[in-house]
Write a protein that binds this ligand. Structure first.
Ligand code: SIN
Length: 286
């Protein structure tokens, strides 16, 4: 049982993920319902809404309930929907899966998105899960000595390994159906606190990820590699991980400030199509 009046919010055993029923996200929400939804999201950084019928227009409209739109670089938006991208993979596609390593969306931006919304439009009969890890639990389980060592450190984030001229997507073959943009701009870097305080919950989480965090400010390359390798491994320990199995007509919202995720494969021979929008975030603060 939960204390919500308008929504049925059922946490999964790990509690950072909850399933939400009792709301139709394709229609405008009453203020009390949106307030409850935001309260549920502050408590459970990954919310799963089964049984929703959303087209790109409805997804874009609902995204506005959570805040202003984020800026999605390096992927062309859907025609007619400036704030929606397709995460698409055809049955016979062989290019690497989009988002297939642990990351927090666009963490290389000065103000990375707070939320990502992902809607399962065409879900394969097996595989294609999205896997999440709880950055709060990972931080809170570190020893006080390690927490102190990390306080004040800043991670260096860059899109170069993915979208730079020598990045993963620059090597794509022509079989990719997603419209990805490779650019020298991806070589820019931003630094963010490695331990981030959430502006709503006030909790601290680890804010580094395999894909975009390329170093630790002020450390030698071998030092930062060792520290980041430890953190990446620690953050994705099985006890912090939840595997989301998709069913059609499900929307998932996650909080990039305290959760990392990746897209799993295992659906060769089947198409997969998701609609994705992001909500603007703030500059990460320690
Ligand atoms: C993403 O990383 O945004 C894509 C996740 C997915 O396709 O499951």
């Amino acid at each position: 049982m939960t204390d919500f009046r308008h929504l049925e919010v059922r946490p999964t055993p790990q509690t950072f993920v909850a399933r939400v029923r009792g709301v139709d996200l394709s229609r405008p929400l009453e203020a009390a319902v949106s307030a409850e939804l935001l309260a549920a999201w502050a408590r459970h950084p990954v919310l799963v809404f089964p049984g929703q019928r959303l087209d790109p227009a409805a997804l874009q409209a609902f995204c506005g309930v959570l805040g202003p739109f984020g800026h999605d670089p390096y992927v062309e938006p859907m025609p007619g929907f400036e704030h929606v991208i397709e995460v698409r993979r055809e049955a016979d596609e062989t290019a690497p899966i989009f988002g297939s390593l642990w990351h927090s969306d666009w963490s290389f931006q000065a103000t990375p998105p707070s939320a990502t919304l992902l809607y399962g439009a065409q879900v394969p009969p097996l595989g294609g899960d999205t896997v999440f890890a709880d950055g709060y639990a990972a931080y809170e389980s570190l020893s006080p000595v390690m927490q102190e060592l990390l306080a004040g450190l800043r991670g260096v984030h860059s899109a170069a390994p993915s979208y730079g001229p020598r990045g993963l997507f620059a090597r794509d073959d022509e079989s990719r159906s997603m419209r990805i943009i490779v650019s020298p701009e991806a070589e820019n870097t931003e630094t963010h606190p490695i331990v981030r305080r959430h502006p709503v919950s006030g909790r601290r989480s680890l804010f580094v990820n395999h894909v975009y965090t390329i170093g630790v400010e002020g450390m030698r390359a071998d030092e930062s590699r060792a520290l980041l390798e430890f953190l990446f491994k620690h953050m994705t320990r099985p006890e912090f991980v939840h595997r989301h199995r998709w069913h059609a007509d499900t929307l998932v919202i996650w909080d990039n400030r305290c959760v990392v995720h990746y897209a799993d494969g295992g659906y060769e021979g089947h198409p997969r199509l998701m609609y994705r929008s992001t909500v603007a975030g703030e500059r990460p603060a320690a």
